[in-house]
Write a new protein. Structure first.
Length: 258
């Protein structure tokens, strides 16, 4: 499949969902909580509905795994060679706290790897997309589209970290890098900051799920970066458990040291 040929349609679906999300974000929305105590709003479910409908129009035969969709058993998922991976809103805490740093995420997974991704930050009016092997792009708030690439390494590493998840293990990893500068970012925007050359490395030594990372990983890899587990292997998708292992996202310069 030539993913660049369907990419404009995927961006259009993500834009439509982002418009609805922004409308709810600017309203007096209510916050509910799922069984695991994570927050959910009407924006999550509205974006899920728009995206799943849009993706089915693009490709009726490719299954969809969404954070807000029904649980699909491994017995069914293990037969998927290719599937859409969707996080209707990554960074719901950023959404409910009105920081603006939340994203709409759509990825295509093929043989365990993200091969195409679209990430939109509705409140920031920023968008990122990429096809692995074909490059990555950013659309700024004026609507202009720019090609993006990871930065060349510098002596002082710019480390992007989550305001909500800066735990002791992460702090120890960052300190071991030596001289560094901390760049704050929410949601999957952390990957995008590296992809566009505004940061160098993002250590995630805490829990995430496949839908949290798939789209932004595709953007970062398309921009020349990498996402590896702590044993130095690429972060994979379509596992029996949708929880990710700990990982490091970085530019191409990064080499894992056990």
């Amino acid at each position: 499949m030539h993913y660049s040929s369907i990419l404009p349609d995927v961006i259009k679906v993500a834009d439509e969902a982002s418009e609805k999300v922004l409308h709810i974000y600017q309203s007096d929305f209510k916050v509910s909580y799922k069984a695991d105590d994570s927050p959910i709003t009407a924006a999550d479910t509205a974006a899920h509905d728009i995206i799943t409908h849009g993706l089915r129009n693009i490709s009726r035969d490719i299954p969809i795994l969404s954070e807000e969709g029904k649980d699909i058993p491994w017995e069914e998922r293990k037969h998927w060679r290719r599937f859409w991976l969707v996080d209707p809103i990554d960074g719901t805490k950023d959404f409910t706290q009105r920081t603006g740093e939340f994203t709409v995420n759509i990825a295509m997974i093929e043989d365990g790897e993200p091969v195409m991704g679209v990430v939109i930050a509705p409140a920031l009016k920023e968008a990122y997309w990429g096809v692995v092997g074909e490059g990555a792009h950013r659309r700024d708030r004026t609507g202009r589209v720019h090609s993006i690439r990871v930065a060349e390494p510098k002596a002082v590493k710019r480390v992007v970290a989550s305001k909500n998840h800066l735990n002791e293990d992460t702090r120890a990893f960052i300190d071991a890098l030596g001289e560094h500068e901390l760049v704050q970012a929410g949601s999957s925007l952390k990957f995008c900051r590296i992809a566009e050359g505004h940061a160098d490395i993002y250590p995630r030594l805490g829990p995430t799920c496949e839908w949290d990372t798939g789209a932004a990983q595709a953007v970062l890899v398309a921009a020349g970066g990498k996402v590896e587990t702590l044993d130095g292997t690429p972060l994979k998708y379509g596992k029996p458990d949708v929880l990710n292992p700990y990982f490091i996202a970085a530019g191409s310069w990064y080499r894992h040291r056990p």
